[in-house]
Design a protein around this ligand. Structure first.
Ligand code: SF4
Length: 108
């Protein structure tokens, strides 16, 4: 998947662009305070192309980051995408395993 395809997954809800409080033990609370660069009417970042320079805390999401971060909203399009990919991979693995078992029983 290229960068453009990856970025097109985001549904630009802006939910991840609100300040968060880490309470520890995996508990994250979102505040009602948006990032200073979020246009709350369009839900778009006003400095998107330069966001990591304007806001050093802002991170560029990658697949491995989405897997490791615990603060993305559960309905974030990236979180849903990863969950779907993992489900498809688990189904494929189970199907292959069942096929292998079936084939080995035929040989006996
Ligand atoms: S929460 Fe996810 S889908 Fe929404 S803006 Fe952030 S990255 Fe995009």
């Amino acid at each position: 998947m290229n960068k453009q395809e990856w970025e097109s997954i985001c549904r630009q809800c802006g939910k991840c662009c609100y300040e968060k409080v880490d309470l520890g033990a995996g508990e994250i609370i979102y505040t009602s305070e948006p990032c200073v660069h979020l246009d709350t009417s369009t839900k778009l970042c006003k400095v998107y192309n330069n966001r990591q320079v304007e806001e050093p805390d802002c991170i560029e999401l990658t697949e491995s980051l989405v897997r490791s971060l615990n603060w993305l909203p559960p309905d974030c399009a990236y979180v849903e995408y990863i969950r779907r990919q993992d489900t498809l991979a688990a189904v494929k693995k189970a199907e292959e395993s069942a096929k292998r078992k079936r084939n080995s029983k035929r040989r006996h």
